[in-house]
Design a protein around this ligand. Structure first.
Ligand code: NAP
Ligand code: GDD
Length: 338
């Protein structure tokens, strides 16, 4: 008989791709979504799997809800992808972020410990935990230095996973994943914000867009490949933490340049600081402006991951690199608009 998996945060980017992957492997997939007045299943619809996943109303703010769910569906594997995942919002809602992104992990782990400690557990940890980086590139052993309430909450979840593994022998793995993007990325994150805006500008549906710190660098990979790494971690003989990245980093500015380049627009930069603008070299029109409202009180300047442990022990390597990723995203947004 096939295995049963439960995914918290099934309506998010990774929840959709992970559901697709597990279904292709013959899993019975249960997806937890939180109650909202209008449920948000567009990603599962885009992947054409909405009818293949069994949805359950599960909020990781509610331990009893989690316990009853695990008793009912008896999962072999639980993937905890639910989080208040937007770093910028975590500065405005630090307490809520802590409740969901940090204590939420405790609730899921407690439910596992109570219902069946043999359930395998994946925790969605983040490269944001490296924050003000203490080593370049970052690896599993690099000391952490979180720079936001989100990152501090993720660090709590990371250590709690290790703690439950060591204290209760729970098969818990923490995946330290660097930024991974796709056409299913939420529009508030910088890559999708740019791919969507560039597609709209190209199609004449928008004149310009506003951006924050363009010099931040990220190690951006493709979400569809990263969820494979999550699954691989839970198939190992022993639980361990692994870092997934591409080992390449690029600035937000480079992302913007390549996105425009893909649609045949050459962008040049004028001015400096908050007065810097991105100009269409051919028409002279202003296409990009800086808006300080997108600056963060604490910034993570650059992230670069060394995924050699995952390559050696899981056999995981990313195939899609920066330029192809930008093109996949802009192309899909062009299709959505036309
Ligand atoms: P996402 O698209 O923002 O999805 C987050 C999911 O969490 C959504 O389904 C959301 O539901 C759900 N959620 C939020 N609060 C909840 C609650 N109280 N109870 C139950 N569900 C709740 O994030 P993602 O990009 O797929 O990332 C998945 C996980 O990996 C997150 O934990 C994120 O922090 C972490 N991570 C992501 C990256 C990345 O680059 N994408 C890198 C490292 C780690 P709604 O649809 O109702 O909002
Ligand atoms: N969102 C956003 N919007 N970011 C901007 C903007 C803007 O207009 N302008 C510049 N940026 C910069 C941010 O300041 C940050 O340095 C960088 O772009 C990336 O921002 P996001 O795309 O919001 O992602 P993130 O790196 O903060 O967080 C994402 O990756 C983490 C993994 O490192 C999220 O997916 C987190 O959940 C994840 O853990």
């Amino acid at each position: 008989m096939g295995k049963t998996a439960f995914i918290t945060g099934v309506t998010g980017q990774d929840g959709a791709y992970l559901s697709q992957l597990l279904l292709s492997k013959g899993y019975k997939v249960y997806g937890g979504y939180r109650r909202t007045s209008s449920p948000n299943f567009w990603r599962l619809e885009e992947l054409n799997i909405r009818n293949n996943v069994e949805f359950l109303e599960v909020d990781i703010l509610d331990t009893g809800n989690l316990i009853r769910t695990f008793e009912k569906i008896k999962p072999d594997e639980v993937y905890n992808l639910a989080a208040q995942s937007f770093v910028a919002v975590s500065f405005e809602k630090p307490v809520l972020t802590g409740e969901i992104t940090a204590i939420g992990v405790t609730r899921v782990l407690e439910a596992i410990r109570i219902v069946n400690p043999r359930i395998k557990f994946y925790q969605a940890s983040s490269s944001e935990m490296f924050g003000k980086v203490q080593e370049v590139p970052q690896k599993e052993t690099t000391p952490f230095y979180p720079r936001s309430p989100y990152a501090a909450a993720k660090l709590y979840g990371h250590w709690l996973t290790i703690n439950y593994r060591e204290s209760y022998d729970i098969f818990g793995c923490s995946g330290i994943l660097f930024n991974h993007e796709s056409p299913l990325r939420g529009i508030e994150f910088v890559t999708r914000k740019v791919s969507d805006a560039v597609a709209r500008i190209k199609m004449g549906a928008q004149d310009y867009f506003e951006i924050g710190n363009m010099d931040a660098k990220r190690d951006w990979g493709y979400a569809k490949e990263f969820v494979e790494g999550m699954w691989m971690m839970l198939q190992q003989p022993k639980p361990k933490d692994y870092l997934l990245a591409t080992n390449e980093n690029h600035s937000v500015r480079e992302f913007i340049e390549h996105a425009f380049n893909y649609v045949g627009i050459d962008i040049s930069w004028k001015g400096s600081g908050v007065n810097e603008t991105g100009i269409d070299s051919k028409s002279g029109k202003t296409l990009v402006k800086i808006n300080p409202r997108y600056f963060r009180p604490g910034e993570v300047d650059h992230l670069l991951g060394d995924y050699s442990l995952a390559k050696k022990e899981l056999g995981w390597s990313p195939k899609v690199k920066f330029k192809e990723l930008v093109e996949i995203m802009v192309q899909r947004d062009l299709e959505r608009i036309s």
